[in-house]
Design a protein around this ligand. Sequence first.
Ligand SMILES: *[C@@H]1O[C@H](CO)[C@@H](O)[C@H](O)[C@H]1NC(C)=O
Ligand SMILES: *[C@@H]1O[C@H](CO)[C@@H](O)[C@H](O)[C@H]1NC(C)=O
Ligand SMILES: *[C@@H]1O[C@H](CO)[C@@H](O)[C@H](O)[C@H]1NC(C)=O
Length: 246
Amino acid sequence: MLLTQRAAQVLPLLLLRLLLELTELPSATAWLKFNSYTALGRKRTDLRKKCPNVRAIRNFDLELMMGNWHVVQYYASTEELPEYACMRSNFAFSSEDQHITMNFSYIFAEDPLREKLQGNITWLIPDFGTPGHWMHTEDIYEGIYNTYVLDTDYRNWGLIMHCAEKKKHPRYLSALLLSRQPTLGDNVITFLREKLPRYDIDLSFMFAINQTLCEHLMESSKDDPLAYIVNGQQSITDSFKLINKP
Ligand SMILES: *[C@@H]1O[C@H](CO)[C@@H](O)[C@H](O)[C@H]1NC(C)=O
Ligand SMILES: *[C@@H]1O[C@H](CO)[C@@H](O)[C@H](O)[C@H]1NC(C)=O
Ligand SMILES: *[C@@H]1O[C@H](CO)[C@@H](O)[C@H](O)[C@H]1NC(C)=O
């Protein structure tokens, strides 16, 4: 239980929950549900069993999509309240192993120390004819788990969506609205959000991520005794292992 709490502090909950949803850890999921005040939240009407069919973006240029992005809005079928700030991501394609890695950093919006937390996710491209469709490389993901680039103009904005299906569970669906700059015009945000309800996404659960004053965050350090005490700091690798092998 304690280990799971620690893990929760190193991975954004939306990604951590995905891992938990897919790896059967009932107690951990219960803790997370409690932690995010799900019991107090509105009843959700946007939960479905199956992942939607997604048509891969046409003429997608993977190279142009790579690089740094700000995550300015996000949705996750397991999240009912906005929790993050300063979420940034960097996409890199390695021609050596043909994998896409997204490393990301973020803080919890309510964290008075504004401590930067980090993680990464790696995908492979199952079919280079549709390079906007990615699948996870980690073997912890049982079942179907797909990531789609829904749209991007490469230079300013992008929209990606993940969906996972598992037997006897509702699907896990999340979407990230990306911007090269810390802010994105309201008209573009509206244009991109409107692509989501067709996948049964309830936009009232799609939250803005504050990107102000994000330049001087407190660096996480295992060696920092204060960070250790306050946050139960632990490396992301260890957390993955702990989640993976209960
Ligand atoms: C991603 O990794 C690169 C290289 O290690 C680093 O310079 C960058 O700050 C990282 N970005 C995020 C958002 O974590
Ligand atoms: C965004 O974050 C900054 C810095 O913490 C804060 O001053 C501001 O009030 C926040 N804005 C919103 C809309 O929450
Ligand atoms: C991703 O995270 C793992 C585990 O912490 C780390 O070993 C690896 O270097 C990271 N990869 C990148 C590209 O940041």
